[in-house]
Design a binder for this molecule. Structure first.
Ligand code: ASP
Length: 355
């Protein structure tokens, strides 16, 4: 089994640690901006209002709002969707992934920026990380404050995302998320605060790099197989299997686990307590569903840490999978792709170790 190790990219990156954001106009890279909505495209009726609506501003307005990006890249935009990312869905995911794959295959496209809401950006980034087939930079960005807010964070995040997408050293690092001066890997970042601008952290795997006013510095390659090294593909895929997440808690019974199975879930991810634990009743219900062929993965509701196989729970005996370091929402993404073809439990466990 291959483990999630750093790829030897760091060596190449060492040669050009600091990339200059401003290039000569005739050599500007071509970057395509795919807009999906979110707070970065949100608007409120006043600049100090907490309530606002996501997905109000179109891609052309987004581009026009940050003219400074014209010095970084030749940009063009496409509107894929205009929704709050709490409404992200398979239709938009499949459309977005297909469009990214089409664009990165074009010789005159050097990089992609995707604007998105912060609520589910980690899921979309991880999904794209598994199904995009290119080493070209694919960089997602978002904001916590709407475009109309005092100290809106969207414009600088967008500027930095364009700088990273236009930067050759960003290539081969998997799908990246640029927000608040940090460059996160798709497999590592998670949203930690409901409202703070500094909401994203990469608790276990660490940052891929930093970017300040377009000046990017890269520390490492991606952790976990991704993009061109991923075995997943959306070729011929028109729908993704249903996988539900069930959170463990004090006095948990098996009702919600059974309910997920009854609703048609082909996989269940437990957001367990501690090291992927749950009550005896929960574990009994989960093992019973696993026996019926539903793939059951133990992850954790704890913000950071791995869930180890056969540590407190005998996964081998009960037919369960340990999520390794994927949080429940990312474990769900991986499991949905894994379920696109029949696999043994050993194979399933391998995926959670390698990705
Ligand atoms: N609810 C918003 C969204 O995810 C939050 C944000 O973008 O910050 O679209």
């Amino acid at each position: 089994m291959t483990c999630k190790v750093r790829l030897p990219l760091a060596l190449a990156a060492l040669a050009t640690l600091v990339a200059s954001p401003a290039l000569a106009a005739d050599k500007l890279p071509n970057v395509v901006v795919l807009a999906t909505g979110g707070t970065i495209a949100g608007a409120a009726s006043s600049d100090v209002q907490a309530g606002y609506t996501s997905g109000q501003v179109g891609v052309d307005q987004l581009l026009a709002a940050v003219p400074q990006t014209k010095k970084l890249a030749t940009l063009r935009g496409e509107q894929i969707a205009n929704i709050g990312s709490q409404d992200m869905n398979d239709e938009v995911w499949l459309k977005l992934a297909r469009r990214v794959n089409e664009l990165v295959a074009m010789p005159d496209v050097d990089g992609i920026v995707i604007s998105h809401g912060t609520d589910t950006i980690e899921e979309t980034a991880y999904f794209l990380n598994l199904v995009v087939k290119s080493k070209k930079p694919v960089v997602m960005t978002a904001s916590m404050r709407p475009s109309t807010a005092l100290s809106a964070d969207g414009p600088l995040n967008f500027y930095n995302a364009v700088a990273v997408a236009a930067n050759k050293d960003a290539a081969g690092r998997g799908v990246l998320v640029v927000i608040n001066d940090w460059i996160h890997g798709a497999s590592s970042l998670t949203k930690m605060s409901t409202t703070a601008v500094q909401t994203f952290m990469s608790p276990l795997r660490g940052l891929v790099g930093t970017v300040a006013y377009g000046e990017a510095e890269f520390y490492r390659g991606p952790v976990g197989r991704n993009t061109v090294d991923s075995e997943f593909s959306l070729d011929g895929v028109t729908a993704l299997p249903r996988v539900d997440i069930v959170m463990a808690h004090e006095n948990m019974d098996g009702a919600i686990i059974d309910g997920a199975a009854a609703a048609g879930a082909r996989g269940i991810v437990i957001a367990g307590v501690g090291n992927g634990n749950m009550t005896e009743a929960g574990l009994k219900a989960l093992a019973a569903q696993a026996k019926k062929g539903i793939v059951c993965v133990r992850s954790t509701r704890v913000a950071t840490g791995r869930v180890g196989r056969n540590v407190e729970v005998d996964d081998e005996k009960l037919g369960l999978i340990a999520s390794d370091d994927l949080n429940p929402q990312k474990a769900r993404v991986l499991l949905r792709l894994a379920l696109l073809k029949p696999r043994s439990l050993t194979e399933m466990q391998r995926l959670f170790v390698e990705y």
